[in-house]
Design a protein around this ligand. Structure first.
Ligand code: SF4
Length: 277
């Protein structure tokens, strides 16, 4: 199914996270109206997955959410919708109301489940609140995706692996999807100031690839589906990044690390064989 991404840069985010500038990442600096989204979908000839990304979808007043969700009724038959949102804007009443729409997935920005890291990033919630939000999504039967980050201020690879274990415990035998993003330093963010003051050192590319690849290796072992590693490369992202492990093929490097770890686990001394594919 085709995906149609609609960016709502930092729309209704309860806090400005220190590393974030969605406008710079996506190149979008305004919000398309629901009517505009409807007109975009009107040109489709087959079912699409409409994706609202870049903001905190469920932090919008409910009547605005409704306007953005209602447009799916004018999309070709079988179309579905997903969105990303903030852990502080999740409750059971809202989820029950959302169930009347064909929601394919709710992506929750988790970043980290380490309270020190969350404080350094100005995320504005405790790890326990993020876990509760995820478990509420899972309880409704809507697919959940946790967006994790690596290389955040005060974060270590060990704390990332512990985050993964907490998520695995919460997931149980159910499905859960992950995205893994490296922390990049963007222009005009508080992270840029921290870096210039010597209070933050971005990860080198090789450390970030090892970290992400190790996380992927453990995530696959724990039964997660990993949808993406690394940010979508765009011209605007390229212009905005001033430091950090930025590479258009970041995900491929991380997958290579994970593959090597898998081969070593299966056969520590070789020989190692790979299928042609
Ligand atoms: S990281 Fe997410 S919650 Fe934080 S400001 Fe950016 S879009 Fe909003």
């Amino acid at each position: 199914m085709k995906r149609r991404a609609v960016f709502l840069p930092m729309k209704n985010c309860p806090h400005r996270c220190v590393y974030c500038d969605q406008g710079a990442i996506t190149g979008e600096h305004s919000y398309p109206s629901p009517d505009h989204v409807r007109s975009l979908l009107g040109t489709e000839d087959s079912a699409v997955e409409l994706c609202y990304f870049g903001g905190s979808f469920t932090c919008q007043p409910q009547y605005i959410q409704e306007q953005y969700l209602e447009v799916i009724k004018d999309a070709p038959c079988g179309s579905i919708v997903r969105f990303s949102t903030h852990p502080l804007c999740m409750n059971r009443d809202l989820l029950n109301w959302l169930k009347k729409y064909p929601i394919s997935m709710i992506e929750l920005g988790i970043s980290s489940l380490d309270n020190h890291v969350l404080d350094h990033c100005n995320r504005g919630y405790r790890a326990q609140e993020a876990l509760l939000a995820l478990s509420m999504i899972q309880d409704t039967g809507i697919s959940a995706c946790a967006q994790m980050m690596i290389g955040l201020p005060d974060q270590s690879i060990q704390s990332s692996i512990e985050d993964l274990q907490k998520l695995a415990f919460l997931k149980g035998p159910k499905d859960m999807t992950l995205r893994i993003y490296p922390c990049l330093v963007l222009k005009n963010t508080r992270l840029e100031i921290k870096m210039r003051e010597g209070k933050y050192t971005p990860l080198s590319f090789s450390k970030a690839v090892l970290w992400a690849g190790t996380l992927l290796f453990h995530a696959l072992k724990l039964g997660f589906h990993v949808q993406r590693i690394g940010l979508q490369e765009t011209g605007s992202l390229n212009d905005a990044v001033i430091a950090g492990p930025h590479h258009p093929s970041f995900g491929e490097f991380a997958k290579s690390v994970s593959l090597v770890l898998t081969l070593l686990k299966n056969s520590p001394y070789g020989p190692w064989g790979l299928g042609k594919k």
